[in-house]
Design a protein around this ligand. Structure first.
Ligand code: UD1
Length: 383
């Protein structure tokens, strides 16, 4: 069997690494080896957003890098489709495996189906119900086209069934990101927090960092960072309210950095001695920071899951989530606070007093990649 594995953006790297390890393990023990071709669309291209993840997650160099880079959604998707079609024609795979919900996921699944190549979607069935999110559009289209839909939990399986997906094409396998987390956690725990802060700081540090006590911030969603009015409100809350309670550690996403600069908010943040602005972090550095943070404020999808497994209280600056299994009411650690800063302040103060309470949902056991591969092999042999 020959498969193409597609990655494009940062969260994809964390999901594909365990699958490549599972394929290598399979090839060492089985006489029916799997031939894989790794394609990087190049949507994320900065060394901090891409190369460091390939190194730390032991992902081999991609066989193809499409070099798509920045652009509008149509530009990213269109350029990816044109370049990926050529690869499909030359490589002639049996399957294309896509992960997550980024533009690469959408572009490559559509192109594969048009070339009559089967598609397997890992992390299928997630639904925020918010069609304004680019990721929701990507999920809906990818799932509608996929031949094999591998879901992280029962809620996602139910979503697909409700939409009329043939149940024989759906398999609940657990969360592949947690395979990466389990693999990396022991090493991450040995890292020195002060050293991480110094090495990744964007400014010369005058202020002293207290490793026992900090909140971790990540924000990158267009709905939070693209409009001046909204980003200004968030920055004001962080510097005037949150940073008075506890030091804030904030690895800044390129989209957010660009807008903080454009809206002239960056200098204000840099001058606050209780805010530590960092470059985008490597996987291990981020894991270490999450594993000892008092609280995380984020709009990321993956962080809600990692916080749940690590037990870190997570305040999610969104009105909805495609990952309801991470919500407090379902045993997770995430609370949806939207963009209501009063609500955020109350939840923030409460979270600072909370104890860590890790929760491992069903099948989030570090063995998901093996189950993904097994499903793929079984489905392939049935056809
Ligand atoms: C993308 C994904 C999102 C995911 C996020 C994780 C889509 C639709 N969105 O959003 O689901 O949660 O990645 O990071 O696919 N940029 C750089 N260097 C890079 C990458 C991007 O400077 O390596 C800049 C680009 O100039 C771009 C901006 O950051 O304008 C945003 O990048 P983009 O790929 O459009 O989407 P993300 O916001 O990162």
């Amino acid at each position: 069997m020959k498969i193409i594995l597609v990655v494009g953006a940062r969260p994809n790297f964390v999901k594909i690494s365990p699958l490549i390890k599972a394929i290598k393990k399979h090839n060492n023990t089985s006489h029916q080896s799997i031939n894989y071709v790794l394609v990087h669309t190049g949507q994320h291209y900065d060394p901090f957003m891409s190369d460091t993840f390939f190194q730390s997650l032991e992902i081999p160099q991609p066989h193809f890098n499409l070099g798509i880079g920045s652009g509008t959604h149509a530009e990213q998707v269109g350029h990816t489709m044109i370049a990926f079609e050529k690869i499909l024609k030359s490589e002639k795979p049996d399957w294309v495996v896509v992960v997550g919900d980024v533009n690469a996921t959408l572009a490559c699944s559509v192109t594969a189906k048009k070339e009559q190549v089967k598609v397997c979607h890992i992390e299928a069935g997630l639904r925020s119900g918010d069609i304004k999110m680019p990721e929701e559009i990507n999920r809906l289209v990818t799932d509608r086209l996929s031949d094999l839909l591998l879901t992280p939990d029962q809620i996602s399986t139910n979503n697909l069934q409700r939409e009329g997906t043939d149940p024989s094409r759906i398999k609940m396998v657990g969360n592949i990101m947690i395979d990466s987390l389990n693999h990396a956690l022991e090493t991450a725990r040995t890292l020195d927090l002060n050293e991480i802060i110094k090495r990744n700081s964007t400014i010369t540090l005058d202020s002293h960092f207290e490793p026992e006590n900090y909140a971790l911030i990540t924000l990158h969603r267009p709905s939070n960072v693209d409009l001046q009015k909204d980003l200004t409100k968030i920055v004001t809350f962080l510097s005037k309210n949150a940073a008075k309670e506890i030091p804030l550690v904030w690895p800044v996403h390129p989209r957010t950095l660009k807008n903080l600069t454009k809206f002239e908010l960056l200098e204000k943040l840099k001058m606050n001695p209780n805010i530590f602005l960092l470059k985008p972090l490597s996987y291990f550095d981020m894991l270490k920071l999450n594993s000892t943070a008092k609280v995380v404020i984020t709009d990321s999808g993956g962080l809600q899951e990692e916080c749940t497994v690590l037990g870190t209280p997570c305040l999610t600056m969104r009105f909805n989530t495609e990952r309801p299994i991470t919500l407090q009411e379902r045993g997770g650690t995430s609370t949806l606070v939207g963009t209501d800063l009063d609500k955020l302040e109350i939840a923030f103060k409460k979270a600072l007093r909370q104890k860590r309470s890790p929760h491992i949902p069903e099948l989030w056991d570090g063995q998901t990649a093996d189950r993904c591969l097994q499903s793929l092999i079984e489905t392939h042999s049935q056809k």
